[in-house]
Write a protein that binds this ligand. Structure first.
Ligand SMILES: Cc1ncc(COP(=O)(O)O)c(C=O)c1O
Length: 388
């Protein structure tokens, strides 16, 4: 048989999703793959029931139903502080996952270079490879996950055409400050580069940190493709709804890529989520309160188990230092943790380009009782996990 594609031969299976299978095998509390185990807002679900009896069962407009684009543009204009035209600047995609893929494919020619902060959400590597582009990794240095502006600039001197910026960041929990965002913006403008943001955790930014949208900074609107998702904001990861927001000429191209990739996002779900997109500020305040409570509950528990970690500023992940166990492989550590302690985590090495294997990632988008169960198991971690 002829060889299959060279590009896909470099893919491994997703370690995050593999750890879910490992957690299931050992009956572990699964804090690996980041999705909530609580219900989406009732109003959205009620609307979904109604939609079943309405006329939303055929293709919507490929770049997103009118109603959905309008509601999204109104919401994001409010949060991002920029005017967004639903007719020309929005694409509704199949999740933030497709939004990022379509954005990278729109920007890159084969052989182009893309700067990516490391640790990074694992899809970005695949997004660049499938677009024929090459990643240049820029370290976010643990435990604070700061970056060196000179190293970032070097990536652009070396030819990066775009930067993928995940803010708030998965897995590090970093929220980029205004000062850091300005450094990135200055470099992007100096090197005439694009910034492709991943803002799926835009509403999970713990006080006193602030969400700064790259597209809102002076000079950045025209060179920023903002991608986002409704998965986390409305606890509907299975609905596969995301979006891109970008100037009209860029959006025009993204729409074509999106059309050929998927034709469009599910029409009934696009309609049902409009209810959520129209929620007022109190919904987002309550969402943040809920996750602040979960972060504090989980971090307090980790602290009382004597574990070292970096308190997240945003998103719903925390990276825990496992250096004291002296494992060569953080993957082995996670297998053993699932089997012996009964908690599923993701090895940090699956997010780092650099050789880092002393961190593991938990997520805390779970019911309080699920988190308490995981924490009570973790209190025994030193009895159950042998050092090497
Ligand atoms: C940083 C980041 N981007 C994108 C996604 C995928 O989002 P979606 O469910 O909208 O495809 C995730 C999911 O965990 C994520 O953490």
């Amino acid at each position: 048989m002829r060889a299959l594609s060279e590009r896909t031969s470099r893919f491994t299976d997703s370690v995050i999703r593999r750890m879910t299978r490992v957690s299931n095998k050992y009956g572990a509390v699964n804090l690996s793959q980041g999705f909530p185990d609580f219900e989406p807002p009732r109003e959205i679900l009620e609307r979904l029931k109604e939609v079943a009896d309405e006329d939303y069962h055929q293709y919507s407009i490929t770049w997103g139903a009118q109603n959905t684009r309008e509601a999204l543009a109104a919401k994001e204009s409010r949060f991002m502080g920029i005017d967004i035209d639903p007719e020309k600047e929005v694409v509704i995609t199949c999740g933030g996952t497709e939004a990022m893929m379509a954005a990278v494919m729109t920007v890159c020619n084969p052989g182009d270079k893309v700067a990516i902060f490391s640790p990074f959400y694992e899809n970005y590597g695949a997004d660049t490879i499938l677009s024929g582009a090459q990643p240049i990794y820029v370290p976010l240095i643990p435990p604070e996950f700061n970056f060196d502006a000179n190293v970032l600039e070097q990536a652009f001197k070396d030819g990066a055409k775009a930067l993928i910026l995940c803010n708030p960041s998965n897995p590090s929990g970093k929220v980029f400050t205004l000062e850091e965002m300005q450094i990135i913006a200055d470099i992007a403008i100096k090197y005439d580069a694009y910034v492709i943001t991943d803002e799926v955790y835009e509403h999970i930014v713990y006080k006193p940190n602030k969400m700064i949208y790259m597209a809102s900074l002076p000079g950045m609107r025209e060179r920023t493709i903002s991608t986002g998702s409704l998965s986390k904001t409305y606890s509907i990861t299975g609905w596969r709804l995301g979006y891109t927001i970008a100037p009209a000429e860029i959006t025009d191209r993204i729409r074509k890529v999106h059309d050929f990739l998927t034709v469009g996002a599910a029409a009934p779900l696009q309609e049902a989520v409009v209810t959520g997109l129209r929620f007022g500020q109190d919904y987002y305040d309550a969402l943040l309160d809920k996750y602040t409570h979960k972060r504090d509950l989980f971090c307090d528990g980790l602290r009382s188990a004597g574990l070292n970690f970096h308190k997240p500023e945003g998103a719903y992940y925390v990276m825990v230092d496992i250096s004291e166990w002296n494992y060569d492989s953080d993957l082995d550590f996670c297998y053993n943790l699932a089997e012996k302690v009964g908690v599923g985590a993701v090895p940090g090495s699956s997010f780092f380009h650099e050789n880092v294997n002393n961190l593991i990632r938990f997520h805390f988008a779970k019911k309080d009782e699920t988190l308490r169960e995981a924490l009570s198991r973790l209190q025994d971690i030193r009895k159950k996990m042998e050092r090497r």
